[in-house]
Design a protein around this ligand. Structure first.
Ligand code: ATP
Ligand code: MG
Length: 558
């Protein structure tokens, strides 16, 4: 196995990002395998930033023939919930990754954490401290000045063992005592100034119930979780870089044999959205969005409900790459990946989002004919379907102008256009209501110009999509725009919600898709990619979410 991996490392050397270089170095020296983990805290739903971490951790394991665990980092009982555990499992699986039998909970290691704490106390490396949070801050010092030793730092091992046991037994109120590592109050790295290892919290835990009233701090628990699971590479985001000496201190003093290596990378940020669970939860709790799976949200469940595929998300994570420099990715790159994935696999249909009625005055009343239309011009394998055509149709309101602007090549009085897959029509007049608003456009059609008939007469510039009025299906169509408005003046400051992030339309769609089910995807000609909403669509009233429009600012390779 070791030889085999060394060979994989050699074959891959020079490829990939800096993490590969580290792993290749380790495999070349003292490691025989790669074992990573994805360690979410179950305090919210996963977002696309987590997808980056999932693709990275599971991807590295796969590439090097190793393993990746799914581990819930559930050491903070007040914010955690089984609802989140379930959603996270669903999302990771949906993204296409398999943890096999390696589903772990940090809470199942509470006994081991406690044992390690006792060992540190016995070795004089940890002590019980009675300073309040505020006092502790005062003793900690600053970036430019050293801290001061706690007056409780020199308690005897016996006293520490007694107090720590009583902390565990629930004899003290929250906040009255902590267990701290005895490292160095003068360390230039503030994380090493006797960090807290355990706090008292009389809180109910989603897995361990009321068994514990002391809970380990992240910086103590996380390295131990990695050690217990024999993780070789503990990949985390940049904000933990300064915590690495503490991570190594805990690993080295745990008395356990594994020596995981912490590697930091830059977290994903994106324009026009927020990426922290805290901010996403606030949007949900304030009722500004329709839950964690609102299609505007950057959550995996929101993207899934909008109709985005796991393939598109994985492609996006591949394209953004991995580095140590924090940056914000333009959200139009994700749009590009989504279109790229859907382009050939999604059937095309005609839907008129904002309908305007057209009557073809020279087409026989009551007649309906069926015209063959390709299901996807970019993929012949999807075949053709028959679309009904009749005297009354709908076109998009924006495809007609009574007084056309310059370069408006669509329908206008006296102008001729092609109806996709059907005939040429010429506008002969309009019907208006009492307020002068156009309610109907009158046209004539030329039977000679039937699509596919080989007609080669005059050319027209505009081709419109349309839906036959008699057979059309009513549908609700939801158009989404950026969820947040970026604050260019202060990119790190709070963003505000885009008041126009959702537009709900009463639309008309062609009858061939009347039996569409939640999750079915279509490309609506000229309008973008759409997905039947899994939460609100019914056979009586179809509801479509726009996944992405056909165009956005991002040009690949730019
Ligand atoms: P948030 O700030 O959104 O709550 P978090 O880091 O607290 O994120 P965790 O549940 O602790 O969320 O994250 C699980 C894993 O996902 C961690 O290893 C973390 O580094 C990674 N992760 C979280 N957010 C991002 C992101 N935006 N980009 C890349 N990785 C991320
Ligand atoms: Mg966290």
């Amino acid at each position: 196995m070791a030889e085999e991996n060394k060979k994989i490392a050699e074959d891959l050397s020079g490829t990939g990002n800096f993490i590969h270089a580290y792993i290749q170095e380790d495999l070349g020296e003292n490691l025989s395998h790669v074992h990573t983990r994805f360690p979410p805290e179950p305090n919210g739903y996963l977002h696309i930033g987590h997808a980056k971490s999932i693709c990275l951790n599971f991807g590295l394991a796969k590439l090097y023939g190793g393993k990746c665990n799914l581990r819930f980092d559930d050491t903070n009982p007040t914010k955690e919930d089984t609802e989140y555990v379930e959603s996270i499992e669903e999302d990771v699986r949906w993204l296409g990754f398999d943890w096999e039998d390696r589903l772990f909970f940090a809470s199942s290691y509470f006994d081991t954490f406690y044992e390690v704490a006792l060992k540190l106390i016995k070795e004089g490396k940890a002590y019980v401290c009675d300073l309040s949070a505020e006092e502790m801050r005062q003793y900690r010092g600053t970036l430019s000045s050293p801290g001061k030793n706690s007056p409780y730092r020199d308690r005897s091992v016996e006293e520490n063992l007694d107090l720590f046991t009583r902390m565990k037994n629930g004899e003290f109120p929250d906040g009255s005592h902590t267990l701290r590592a005895k490292i160095d109050m003068a360390s230039p790295n503030i994380n090493m100034r006797d960090p807290v290892l355990y706090r008292i919290a009389h809180a109910h835990h989603h897995k361990t119930g009321d068994a514990w009233c002391i809970y380990p701090m992240y910086d103590f628990a996380h390295p131990l979780e990695d050690v217990i699971e024999n993780i070789t590479h503990s990949i985390c985001t940049m904000e933990f870089e300064d915590h690495r000496p503490l991570y190594d201190w805990v690993v080295d003093n745990s008395g356990l044999p594994a020596k995981p290596r912490q590697i930091e990378f830059a977290r994903l940020g994106m324009t026009n959205t927020v990426m922290s669970k805290r901010k996403l939860r606030a949007l949900v709790e304030d009722g500004l969005v329709d839950g964690w799976d609102d299609p505007r949200m950057p959550t995996i469940s929101g993207l899934r409900r909008r109709g985005v595929t796991p393939e598109a998300i994985r492609d996006f994570c591949e394209k953004i790459g991995v580095s140590k420099a924090n940056s914000r990715v333009d959200s139009s790159l994700l749009d590009h990946c989504i279109r790229d994935d859907l382009k050939t696999k999604t059937p095309v249909a005609m839907a008129v989002l904002r309908p305007l009625k057209v009557t073809i005055t020279n087409y026989p009343e009551g007649q309906i004919e069926f015209l063959p239309v390709e299901n996807n011009p970019e993929n012949e394998a999807l075949g053709i379907r028959e679309v009904p055509f009749g005297r009354e149709l709908y076109i998009e309101q924006e495809d007609f102008m009574e007084v056309p602007e310059k370069k408006f090549f669509r329908l206008a009085p006296g102008k001729e256009v092609r109806l996709k897959g059907a005939y040429y029509i010429t506008c002969t007049g309009v019907v208006k209501d009492g307020d002068g608003k156009i309610t109907e456009v009158l046209c004539t059609y030329d039977p000679e110009t039937k699509s596919g008939s080989g007609f080669e007469g005059r050319k027209v510039k505009g081709t419109l999509h349309w839906v036959c009025a008699d057979t059309a299906i009513d549908a609700e169509v939801r158009l989404y725009d950026a969820m947040m408005l970026d604050n260019d003046e202060d990119p790190s400051g709070d963003m505000i919600m885009n008041p126009n992030s959702l537009e709900v339309l009463s639309s008309k769609v062609e009858p061939s898709i009347k039996d569409a089910k939640g999750g079915d995807r279509f490309q609506f000609m000229r309008n973008g990619y759409f997905c039947v909403d899994t939460k609100t669509s019914t056979p009586q009233k179809l509801v479509f979410n726009r996944i992405v429009a056909l165009k956005s600012a991002y040009k690949p390779g730019k």
